[in-house]
Design a protein around this ligand. Structure first.
Ligand code: ATP
Ligand code: MG
Length: 320
């Protein structure tokens, strides 16, 4: 079997903090994305989604573990030809567009950086990318501040696409947009993926959007993946207590789910609780023997078509 397009193993990212402390932003994250696949990454604020996304896009060096693209080690120091294959789109398009340049230039720039084609070829490719993103080529002469938020995000997507990446990492790509524009950009992302067979890592707070866009979904809690599985399985029959609580907190998604919404704040990544990081908030921790939840980190185990990191799932309630 050929290697998956993206393979992340035991990815760990820690940041130094004041007083000699450490932020445990990402801990032992392992996942894969197939060619043309779509993985959604969800979880509360501060759970490590953006840090994971940045490490996968080669913008953040891991503290430990590794990212591979098509089997090759991938990171900030990888060769440009490999880096080209993974592009990133941010929540705020201003972060990737130069305010002093017409947007057409910003779309051409990655081609210049990668030494692709002649000026005429680059220009033609930039215009084609803008067109694929539903923008009139005449807009290429405008400056970012002259465009609407939706148009700016389309330009940022064109800039990512122009180098023909195989994986695009999108970090909350629609969160800053008005609701009406959001739906159009989501539709555009779906079209582009089908048209160019691009794989997506899609980070979002919006579970309804993830459900529309992604075939696979991974749920993060305090730096770790707690559940990862096919969309239908995860939304219809979530297994980790945190996933259930997260879905139940969205009225339109969680109607049929019984557990109470999440109480208490997530713990700090400066001091993750021992054992399962979710245990202080978990309604089921007393159902597992020997205080295991507060002592032992649960690892992801296969559970049907999903992977789940929960001692409750590992210990059947009724002994067989
Ligand atoms: N460069 C950095 N230096 C120090 N701490 C950082 C840095 N980047 C992220 N962190 C910390 O790492 C943790 C995870 O942050 P991250 O941005 O990955 O979370 P997130 O899931 O994307 O959150 P949000 O949903 O709010 O975007 C947070 O506690 C954050 O404060
Ligand atoms: Mg984030």
């Amino acid at each position: 079997m050929s290697a998956p397009l993206l393979s992340v193993s035991e990815l760990t990212v820690r940041f130094p903090a004041r007083g000699g402390r450490t932020v445990h932003a990402v801990e032992s994250v392992s996942l894969t994305i197939a060619q043309g696949g779509t993985l959604g990454l969800v979880g509360e604020s501060g759970s490590g989604k953006s840090t994971t996304a940045r490490a996968i896009a080669g913008l953040q060096a891991p503290t430990a573990g590794e990212v591979r693209v098509d089997g090759e080690p991938f990171g900030p120091r990888s060769a440009p030809a490999l880096r080209r294959r993974v592009q990133m789109v941010f929540q705020d398009p201003y972060s990737s567009l130069d305010p002093r340049r017409p947007v057409g230039w910003s779309v051409e720039e990655p081609l210049m950086l990668h030494g692709v084609g002649t000026a005429a070829v680059r220009r033609a490719r930039a215009l084609a990318a803008l067109d694929a993103c539903g923008l009139d080529p005449r807009l290429s002469l405008r400056y970012p501040h002259e465009l609407s938020g939706g148009q700016r995000q389309r330009v940022a997507i064109a800039r990512a696409l122009v180098v023909e990446p195989e994986l695009v990492v999108l970090d909350e790509p629609t969160s800053a947009l008005d609701v009406s524009v959001r739906a159009q950009v989501i539709e555009l992302l779906g079209d582009l993926r089908r048209r160019f067979s691009i794989a997506y890592l899609f980070v979002s707070h919006d579970l309804a959007v993830v459900r529309r866009v992604c075939e696979q979904v991974a749920v993060m809690y305090l730096g770790r993946i707690v559940e990862h599985g096919p969309r239908e399985q995860l939304f219809k029959a979530p297994q980790h207590p945190y996933t259930r609580a997260l879905l139940a907190s969205v009225p339109t998604l969680g109607r049929e789910l019984a557990p109470p919404p999440l109480s208490g704040d997530p713990a700090s990544p400066l001091a993750p609780p021992p054992g399962c990081a979710f245990h202080p908030r978990c309604p089921h921790r007393h159902e597992v023997a020997d205080e295991r939840c507060s002592l032992e980190v649960p690892f992801l185990r296969e559970h049907g078509t999903s992977r789940v990191a929960c001692h409750l799932q590992a210990t059947p309630l009724t002994p067989r």
